[in-house]
Design a binder for this molecule. Structure first.
Ligand SMILES: [Zn+2]
Length: 200
């Protein structure tokens, strides 16, 4: 499971108490992927190696995938409360899983954009907004994506349910590539990327 803590603040209690001592967790159902706010105690009681799904939420109002995400704060609201979501910066060349559109979490490498040679986009505070990723599989493809849709790679045990037949072959190739790349260094992985800036 993935969790995201918001910092505890000394700001006015009525404004921040809703977020205090709570953790955002993401439903791992490929069709859902919504973020839910749960008490930090509940998060700490979960087995982090196991996936988390909406139905495990003890808050009955948000315990089903069909319930809209709704309360995930907008960046502007967080700023209003003096809160920030921090995505840790992942180094270029890292092996990651990316959630794009209706695809399942898909193995990819953080790689420089062939045109701009940048691999991440930061806001004025230096926090990561977006990453450039190269998807593994056949064929490779590339995308700028929200930092929220990127997590460090961990071996995927089984093929996701409901994987479209048209994606099955590419997914299998992607997993094979990822398995080989797991032991490689970031630099070695960048050499294996197909989309490269000219001077790279
Ligand atoms: Zn869900």
């Amino acid at each position: 499971m993935e969790g995201m803590n918001l910092p505890d603040l000394n700001a006015a209690e009525n404004e921040t108490s809703y977020y205090l001592d709570k953790t955002w967790v993401q439903c791992e159902s490929p069709a859902c992927m919504k973020w839910r706010l749960i008490p930090r105690r509940e998060f700490e009681g979960c087995d982090r190696d196991q996936p988390w799904y909406c139905h495990m939420n003890q808050d009955p109002l948000f315990s089903h995938c069909s319930v809209p995400e709704g309360l995930f704060p907008k960046i502007s609201q967080l700023q209003e409360f003096g809160l920030t979501l921090i995505y840790s910066k992942i180094p270029v060349g890292s092996l990651v899983l990316v959630k794009a559109g209706r695809w399942p979490w898909w193995p990819a490498v953080l790689s420089p954009d062939p045109v701009s040679a940048e691999y991440m986009e930061e806001d004025s505070e230096g926090d990561v907004l977006k990453y450039h990723v190269e998807f593994l599989g056949c064929p490779h493809s590339r995308l700028w994506t929200s930092a929220r849709a990127v997590q460090l790679y961990r071996a995927v045990a089984a093929e996701p349910k409901n994987l479209k037949v048209s994606l099955k072959k590419s997914y299998k190739v992607a997993l094979e590539e990822a398995a080989k790349m797991e032991r490689a260094t970031c630099e070695e992985r960048l050499q294996l990327c197909l989309f490269k800036p000219q001077e790279f």
